[in-house]
Design a protein around this ligand. Structure first.
Ligand code: CA
Length: 258
């Protein structure tokens, strides 16, 4: 009982779940589709990939929340009714975290009560589409939201001085050597590279980079910043991370410039 008004796209043989990355341009925007209706998710993934986006499909709300903390995409297509956590809850939590506050979200709603509620409520979504909808219309909205989005979220690669981070390949380099980071250090560096110069308190970093429900001591942040520094700085190389006494950490905005 698909709610979709499109014909079968012939994409039925696509793998059903899990991250499905395809070769696309290194700077291809990443779109996460969170939808528990398999036929619709398949159709959306097929069409988004055909437009050159890197698509990740998730069927459960709670699973989506974990992935959104680990590796936020450039745009989220989010169903309203989901097992595990609703699209509305997910959206609210995204807006409460610095790292995902401005992540573009298109909410999918079913015709009927939910769509009336979603219209009336402040969901935090940038756009919403009522099922059944036409796929070309959704694609147009995806394109337009991505154009409006922050350009640094679209960039597949973040760079400062001789340090570069590639979101797609998950590679970090300093000069001509590879830097091997754990997942937390990678997120931390990615987060700092997005806003050079801005000082983040330990609790802001915790909220943005860790599962907020986990009981984590703020000193954990110091441990991971220490590991990141150790990985990035060799010998007499300059330390790109500034410790601001009593305030927190930032990426030194003068790094690589003086
Ligand atoms: Ca649903």
């Amino acid at each position: 009982m698909s709610e979709l008004d499109m014909q079968d796209s012939g994409a039925g043989a696509e793998s059903a779940r899990g991250p499905a990355f395809r070769p696309a341009g290194a700077n291809a925007p990443r779109v996460m589709v969170v939808e528990d209706e398999t036929s619709l998710a398949t159709l959306l993934a097929y069409n988004l990939e055909a437009e050159g986006y890197l698509v990740e499909r998730i069927e459960r709300g709670d699973e989506a929340e974990l992935r959104l903390q680990e590796a936020p995409p450039d745009l989220l297509v989010l169903d309203w009714m989901l097992p595990g956590a609703s699209g509305l809850e997910i959206c609210r939590r995204l807006r409460a975290r610095d790292a995902t506050r401005s992540l573009p979200v298109i909410m999918l709603t079913a015709r009927g009560e939910e769509s009336e509620r979603v219209r009336g409520l402040s969901t935090g979504a940038d756009d919403y589409v009522v099922k059944p909808f036409s796929v070309p219309e959704l694609m147009a909205r995806v394109r337009s939201l991505l154009r409006r989005a922050r350009p640094e979220r679209i960039a597949g690669r973040l760079k400062m001085g001789d340090i570069s981070l590639d979101r797609e390949t998950r590679r970090v380099r300093r000069g001509d050597r590879d830097i091997h980071l754990g997942p937390t250090e990678f997120r931390l560096l990615e987060f700092l590279l997005e806003k050079p110069g801005r000082v983040f308190s330990r609790s802001q970093l915790l909220d943005s980079l860790w599962d907020i429900s986990a009981e984590i001591d703020e000193r954990t942040v110091d441990v991971h910043v220490g590991r990141l520094r150790k990985a990035l700085v060799r010998g007499r190389e300059r330390d790109p991370i500034r410790t601001v006494r009593g305030a927190g950490y930032s990426l030194d905005e003068t790094f690589g410039k003086v």
